[in-house]
Design a protein. Structure first.
Length: 342
Protein backbone atom coordinates (compact mmCIF):
# COMPACT_ATOMS: atom_id res chain seq x y z
CA UNK A 1 0.00 0.00 0.00
CA UNK A 2 2.90 2.29 0.77
CA UNK A 3 4.42 1.84 -2.68
CA UNK A 4 1.07 2.52 -4.39
CA UNK A 5 0.40 5.62 -2.30
CA UNK A 6 3.89 6.99 -2.96
CA UNK A 7 3.58 6.44 -6.69
CA UNK A 8 0.31 8.36 -6.86
CA UNK A 9 1.53 11.23 -4.72
CA UNK A 10 4.64 11.51 -6.86
CA UNK A 11 2.42 11.66 -9.94
CA UNK A 12 0.82 14.69 -8.31
CA UNK A 13 4.28 16.22 -7.94
CA UNK A 14 4.08 16.38 -4.15
CA UNK A 15 7.68 15.83 -3.18
CA UNK A 16 7.65 17.49 0.25
CA UNK A 17 6.17 15.44 3.06
CA UNK A 18 5.48 12.28 1.06
CA UNK A 19 7.69 10.10 3.24
CA UNK A 20 5.97 11.49 6.35
CA UNK A 21 2.53 10.51 5.05
CA UNK A 22 3.70 7.06 4.02
CA UNK A 23 5.57 6.44 7.26
CA UNK A 24 2.54 7.35 9.34
CA UNK A 25 0.27 5.11 7.25
CA UNK A 26 2.73 2.24 7.55
CA UNK A 27 3.10 2.62 11.32
CA UNK A 28 -0.65 2.61 12.00
CA UNK A 29 -2.96 -0.41 11.75
CA UNK A 30 -4.90 -0.54 8.51
CA UNK A 31 -8.32 1.06 8.84
CA UNK A 32 -10.93 -1.68 8.71
CA UNK A 33 -13.54 -0.32 6.36
CA UNK A 34 -16.40 -2.77 6.01
CA UNK A 35 -16.28 -4.89 2.84
CA UNK A 36 -18.37 -4.07 -0.21
CA UNK A 37 -20.97 -6.36 -1.67
CA UNK A 38 -21.54 -6.81 -5.38
CA UNK A 39 -23.47 -3.80 -6.66
CA UNK A 40 -24.50 -3.96 -10.33
CA UNK A 41 -24.66 -0.58 -12.12
CA UNK A 42 -28.46 -0.69 -12.33
CA UNK A 43 -28.84 -1.34 -8.59
CA UNK A 44 -30.44 1.79 -7.16
CA UNK A 45 -32.80 2.86 -4.41
CA UNK A 46 -36.32 3.24 -5.84
CA UNK A 47 -38.31 6.31 -4.82
CA UNK A 48 -41.82 5.10 -3.96
CA UNK A 49 -43.45 8.54 -3.98
CA UNK A 50 -42.95 10.79 -7.02
CA UNK A 51 -41.06 13.92 -5.88
CA UNK A 52 -42.60 17.36 -6.15
CA UNK A 53 -41.34 20.14 -8.40
CA UNK A 54 -40.01 21.93 -5.33
CA UNK A 55 -38.05 18.86 -4.18
CA UNK A 56 -36.46 18.39 -7.60
CA UNK A 57 -35.65 22.09 -7.88
CA UNK A 58 -34.03 22.11 -4.43
CA UNK A 59 -31.94 19.08 -5.36
CA UNK A 60 -30.68 20.75 -8.55
CA UNK A 61 -29.82 24.01 -6.80
CA UNK A 62 -27.99 22.43 -3.86
CA UNK A 63 -26.28 19.76 -5.94
CA UNK A 64 -24.99 22.11 -8.67
CA UNK A 65 -22.30 24.76 -8.61
CA UNK A 66 -21.35 27.19 -11.35
CA UNK A 67 -17.78 27.97 -12.32
CA UNK A 68 -16.30 31.38 -11.64
CA UNK A 69 -15.12 31.95 -15.21
CA UNK A 70 -17.84 30.73 -17.60
CA UNK A 71 -20.64 30.76 -15.02
CA UNK A 72 -21.98 27.35 -16.02
CA UNK A 73 -22.27 23.92 -14.41
CA UNK A 74 -19.11 21.88 -15.07
CA UNK A 75 -19.06 18.28 -16.24
CA UNK A 76 -16.64 15.90 -17.90
CA UNK A 77 -15.95 16.64 -21.56
CA UNK A 78 -12.78 14.55 -21.79
CA UNK A 79 -12.95 10.86 -20.92
CA UNK A 80 -13.00 9.99 -17.21
CA UNK A 81 -9.91 8.04 -16.10
CA UNK A 82 -10.13 7.20 -12.36
CA UNK A 83 -7.44 5.78 -10.08
CA UNK A 84 -7.82 4.86 -6.40
CA UNK A 85 -5.03 4.18 -3.89
CA UNK A 86 -4.64 3.65 -0.17
CA UNK A 87 -6.95 0.64 0.35
CA UNK A 88 -6.45 -3.03 -0.31
CA UNK A 89 -6.06 -3.95 -3.97
CA UNK A 90 -9.58 -5.38 -4.23
CA UNK A 91 -11.25 -2.28 -2.83
CA UNK A 92 -9.18 0.22 -4.82
CA UNK A 93 -10.14 -1.57 -8.02
CA UNK A 94 -13.76 -1.66 -6.92
CA UNK A 95 -13.98 2.10 -6.31
CA UNK A 96 -12.38 2.96 -9.66
CA UNK A 97 -14.56 0.45 -11.49
CA UNK A 98 -17.70 1.79 -9.81
CA UNK A 99 -16.88 5.30 -11.07
CA UNK A 100 -16.44 3.94 -14.59
CA UNK A 101 -19.66 1.88 -14.48
CA UNK A 102 -21.87 4.73 -13.31
CA UNK A 103 -20.19 7.19 -15.67
CA UNK A 104 -21.05 4.94 -18.61
CA UNK A 105 -24.60 4.40 -17.32
CA UNK A 106 -25.36 8.15 -17.18
CA UNK A 107 -23.68 9.06 -20.48
CA UNK A 108 -20.48 10.62 -19.17
CA UNK A 109 -17.40 10.11 -21.37
CA UNK A 110 -15.02 7.39 -20.18
CA UNK A 111 -11.44 6.80 -21.26
CA UNK A 112 -11.14 3.03 -21.68
CA UNK A 113 -7.42 2.95 -22.38
CA UNK A 114 -5.52 0.89 -19.75
CA UNK A 115 -2.72 3.48 -19.93
CA UNK A 116 -4.91 6.59 -19.73
CA UNK A 117 -3.65 9.50 -17.68
CA UNK A 118 -5.68 9.63 -14.42
CA UNK A 119 -7.85 12.72 -14.10
CA UNK A 120 -9.91 11.48 -11.13
CA UNK A 121 -7.57 10.59 -8.26
CA UNK A 122 -9.08 9.07 -5.12
CA UNK A 123 -6.60 8.95 -2.25
CA UNK A 124 -7.22 7.23 1.09
CA UNK A 125 -4.68 8.50 3.60
CA UNK A 126 -4.31 8.64 7.38
CA UNK A 127 -3.09 12.26 7.17
CA UNK A 128 -5.19 14.13 4.59
CA UNK A 129 -4.17 17.58 5.81
CA UNK A 130 -0.48 16.84 5.22
CA UNK A 131 -1.36 15.73 1.72
CA UNK A 132 -3.30 18.93 1.06
CA UNK A 133 -0.48 21.04 2.51
CA UNK A 134 1.75 19.51 -0.15
CA UNK A 135 -0.84 20.12 -2.87
CA UNK A 136 -1.02 23.75 -1.72
CA UNK A 137 2.76 24.05 -1.96
CA UNK A 138 3.58 22.05 -5.09
CA UNK A 139 0.45 21.96 -7.32
CA UNK A 140 -1.96 24.64 -6.06
CA UNK A 141 -4.09 24.62 -9.20
CA UNK A 142 -5.37 21.18 -8.12
CA UNK A 143 -7.21 23.08 -5.37
CA UNK A 144 -9.47 24.75 -7.92
CA UNK A 145 -10.20 28.38 -8.65
CA UNK A 146 -8.92 31.05 -6.28
CA UNK A 147 -8.09 34.76 -6.55
CA UNK A 148 -5.41 35.17 -3.90
CA UNK A 149 -3.19 33.32 -1.45
CA UNK A 150 -5.66 33.64 1.39
CA UNK A 151 -8.34 31.89 -0.65
CA UNK A 152 -5.85 29.17 -1.63
CA UNK A 153 -5.03 28.59 2.04
CA UNK A 154 -8.73 28.27 2.82
CA UNK A 155 -9.32 25.83 -0.04
CA UNK A 156 -6.49 23.61 1.19
CA UNK A 157 -8.17 22.96 4.56
CA UNK A 158 -9.55 19.48 5.09
CA UNK A 159 -12.96 19.74 6.76
CA UNK A 160 -14.73 16.48 5.84
CA UNK A 161 -13.87 12.77 6.01
CA UNK A 162 -14.27 12.65 2.21
CA UNK A 163 -13.61 15.87 0.33
CA UNK A 164 -13.08 16.83 -3.31
CA UNK A 165 -11.21 19.58 -5.14
CA UNK A 166 -12.05 20.50 -8.74
CA UNK A 167 -9.87 21.99 -11.46
CA UNK A 168 -12.14 23.26 -14.22
CA UNK A 169 -11.70 24.48 -17.78
CA UNK A 170 -13.49 27.02 -19.92
CA UNK A 171 -14.57 25.58 -23.28
CA UNK A 172 -15.43 27.75 -26.26
CA UNK A 173 -17.73 27.06 -29.21
CA UNK A 174 -14.86 25.49 -31.22
CA UNK A 175 -13.87 23.12 -28.41
CA UNK A 176 -10.83 25.16 -27.35
CA UNK A 177 -10.07 24.84 -23.64
CA UNK A 178 -8.16 26.82 -21.02
CA UNK A 179 -7.76 25.83 -17.38
CA UNK A 180 -9.59 28.24 -15.06
CA UNK A 181 -6.96 30.09 -13.06
CA UNK A 182 -8.13 32.91 -10.87
CA UNK A 183 -4.57 33.53 -9.64
CA UNK A 184 -3.69 34.79 -13.13
CA UNK A 185 -0.71 32.53 -13.73
CA UNK A 186 -1.65 31.73 -17.30
CA UNK A 187 -3.63 32.93 -20.26
CA UNK A 188 -3.49 36.49 -21.48
CA UNK A 189 -4.24 38.29 -24.72
CA UNK A 190 -1.99 40.69 -26.57
CA UNK A 191 -3.89 43.51 -28.23
CA UNK A 192 -4.12 42.80 -31.93
CA UNK A 193 -3.83 39.04 -31.52
CA UNK A 194 -6.10 36.84 -33.60
CA UNK A 195 -6.46 33.64 -31.57
CA UNK A 196 -8.29 30.80 -33.39
CA UNK A 197 -8.86 28.82 -30.21
CA UNK A 198 -6.92 27.95 -27.10
CA UNK A 199 -5.06 24.72 -26.62
CA UNK A 200 -5.31 23.29 -23.13
CA UNK A 201 -2.80 25.01 -20.86
CA UNK A 202 -1.88 24.80 -17.22
CA UNK A 203 -0.51 27.48 -14.91
CA UNK A 204 3.23 28.09 -14.64
CA UNK A 205 3.81 27.18 -18.28
CA UNK A 206 2.87 23.51 -17.95
CA UNK A 207 0.72 21.46 -20.30
CA UNK A 208 -0.17 17.77 -20.57
CA UNK A 209 0.73 18.00 -24.26
CA UNK A 210 4.06 19.80 -23.83
CA UNK A 211 5.40 23.22 -22.76
CA UNK A 212 3.13 26.21 -23.11
CA UNK A 213 4.91 29.02 -24.93
CA UNK A 214 3.69 32.31 -23.55
CA UNK A 215 3.85 35.55 -25.53
CA UNK A 216 3.93 39.14 -24.24
CA UNK A 217 0.48 40.05 -22.95
CA UNK A 218 -1.16 43.40 -22.97
CA UNK A 219 -4.01 41.79 -20.97
CA UNK A 220 -2.20 39.12 -18.88
CA UNK A 221 -5.27 37.77 -17.08
CA UNK A 222 -7.54 37.46 -20.12
CA UNK A 223 -8.25 34.34 -22.14
CA UNK A 224 -9.24 34.29 -25.81
CA UNK A 225 -12.34 32.27 -26.71
CA UNK A 226 -14.66 31.93 -29.68
CA UNK A 227 -18.26 32.74 -28.80
CA UNK A 228 -21.53 32.87 -30.75
CA UNK A 229 -22.39 36.41 -29.67
CA UNK A 230 -25.89 35.29 -28.71
CA UNK A 231 -27.34 36.36 -25.37
CA UNK A 232 -29.27 33.09 -25.14
CA UNK A 233 -26.29 30.78 -25.69
CA UNK A 234 -22.82 32.23 -26.16
CA UNK A 235 -21.29 28.81 -26.82
CA UNK A 236 -18.98 29.02 -23.79
CA UNK A 237 -19.22 26.26 -21.20
CA UNK A 238 -17.30 24.60 -18.38
CA UNK A 239 -15.69 21.20 -17.97
CA UNK A 240 -13.58 19.29 -15.46
CA UNK A 241 -9.86 19.00 -16.01
CA UNK A 242 -8.97 17.17 -12.78
CA UNK A 243 -10.79 16.00 -9.66
CA UNK A 244 -8.87 15.18 -6.47
CA UNK A 245 -10.83 13.22 -3.83
CA UNK A 246 -9.23 12.60 -0.45
CA UNK A 247 -10.66 10.25 2.20
CA UNK A 248 -9.58 9.50 5.76
CA UNK A 249 -10.24 5.79 6.55
CA UNK A 250 -10.14 6.27 10.32
CA UNK A 251 -13.28 8.42 10.11
CA UNK A 252 -15.14 5.98 7.86
CA UNK A 253 -15.06 2.82 9.95
CA UNK A 254 -18.87 2.66 10.27
CA UNK A 255 -19.43 2.53 6.50
CA UNK A 256 -19.17 -0.24 3.96
CA UNK A 257 -17.10 0.31 0.85
CA UNK A 258 -20.17 0.00 -1.40
CA UNK A 259 -21.96 3.16 -0.18
CA UNK A 260 -18.64 5.01 0.05
CA UNK A 261 -17.83 4.14 -3.56
CA UNK A 262 -21.20 5.52 -4.69
CA UNK A 263 -20.69 8.67 -2.60
CA UNK A 264 -17.26 9.13 -4.16
CA UNK A 265 -18.70 8.54 -7.63
CA UNK A 266 -21.15 11.40 -7.20
CA UNK A 267 -18.21 13.63 -6.26
CA UNK A 268 -16.20 12.39 -9.23
CA UNK A 269 -18.93 13.08 -11.79
CA UNK A 270 -20.49 16.29 -10.45
CA UNK A 271 -19.39 19.17 -8.24
CA UNK A 272 -21.76 19.88 -5.33
CA UNK A 273 -22.46 23.38 -4.10
CA UNK A 274 -22.06 22.11 -0.53
CA UNK A 275 -21.18 18.94 1.36
CA UNK A 276 -23.34 20.03 4.30
CA UNK A 277 -26.79 20.25 2.69
CA UNK A 278 -29.34 17.52 3.37
CA UNK A 279 -31.31 16.47 0.32
CA UNK A 280 -35.05 15.92 0.70
CA UNK A 281 -34.90 13.76 -2.40
CA UNK A 282 -33.32 10.43 -1.35
CA UNK A 283 -29.65 10.69 -2.24
CA UNK A 284 -26.35 8.99 -1.50
CA UNK A 285 -24.96 12.50 -0.96
CA UNK A 286 -26.69 12.48 2.46
CA UNK A 287 -24.44 9.60 3.56
CA UNK A 288 -21.85 11.68 5.45
CA UNK A 289 -23.88 14.84 6.08
CA UNK A 290 -24.68 15.47 9.73
CA UNK A 291 -28.31 15.86 10.70
CA UNK A 292 -29.80 14.20 7.62
CA UNK A 293 -32.41 11.48 7.74
CA UNK A 294 -31.14 7.94 7.22
CA UNK A 295 -29.25 7.90 3.94
CA UNK A 296 -29.73 5.16 1.34
CA UNK A 297 -26.97 2.58 1.10
CA UNK A 298 -26.66 2.93 -2.68
CA UNK A 299 -26.82 5.58 -5.34
CA UNK A 300 -30.49 6.38 -5.95
CA UNK A 301 -32.61 6.85 -9.03
CA UNK A 302 -32.78 10.54 -8.11
CA UNK A 303 -28.97 10.76 -8.17
CA UNK A 304 -28.83 8.93 -11.49
CA UNK A 305 -31.55 11.13 -12.96
CA UNK A 306 -29.48 14.18 -12.03
CA UNK A 307 -26.30 12.76 -13.57
CA UNK A 308 -28.14 11.66 -16.71
CA UNK A 309 -29.57 15.15 -17.03
CA UNK A 310 -26.19 16.79 -16.43
CA UNK A 311 -24.57 14.79 -19.21
CA UNK A 312 -27.41 15.34 -21.68
CA UNK A 313 -28.07 19.09 -21.39
CA UNK A 314 -26.11 21.81 -23.17
CA UNK A 315 -22.75 22.62 -21.58
CA UNK A 316 -23.26 26.31 -22.38
CA UNK A 317 -26.09 28.82 -22.26
CA UNK A 318 -25.72 30.02 -18.68
CA UNK A 319 -26.51 28.46 -15.34
CA UNK A 320 -30.17 29.58 -15.26
CA UNK A 321 -30.85 27.77 -18.53
CA UNK A 322 -28.98 24.70 -17.30
CA UNK A 323 -30.97 24.67 -14.04
CA UNK A 324 -34.21 24.68 -16.03
CA UNK A 325 -32.95 21.93 -18.32
CA UNK A 326 -31.83 19.80 -15.37
CA UNK A 327 -35.15 20.29 -13.62
CA UNK A 328 -36.99 19.22 -16.79
CA UNK A 329 -34.80 16.15 -17.35
CA UNK A 330 -35.10 14.99 -13.74
CA UNK A 331 -38.87 15.53 -13.70
CA UNK A 332 -39.18 13.57 -16.93
CA UNK A 333 -37.35 10.57 -15.45
CA UNK A 334 -38.75 10.65 -11.91
CA UNK A 335 -42.33 11.83 -12.54
CA UNK A 336 -43.49 12.03 -16.15
CA UNK A 337 -42.13 8.70 -17.39
CA UNK A 338 -43.23 6.89 -14.23
CA UNK A 339 -46.74 8.34 -14.53
CA UNK A 340 -46.96 7.09 -18.09
CA UNK A 341 -45.82 3.64 -17.00
CA UNK A 342 -48.58 3.32 -14.40
Amino acid sequence: MRRILLATLISLGLAAGIEAVAAQSASQPSAQIKPAFALPPESVTVIAVKPSDATIKAYVETRSVQTRVAGSIPRWIMGVCPVTVGLGDTYTKYVSQRIREIAKAVGAPVNNSPSCRPNVQVLFTQNPQLLLDNVRKEKPYYLGYYNNERQADQLAKVTHPIQAWYTTTTIDMDGGQAVDDGACHSGGVELGDVAPSLSLSLPNGESPDGPYRATPHAMPCAIAVHATGSRLDDGIGSGFFHVLIVAEPAKLLDYEVGPLADYITMLALSQPASLDSCQELPSISNLLTKGCAAAPAKITDGDLAYLQGLYSISSSGGVATQYNQLHYEMKKVLVTDKSGAN
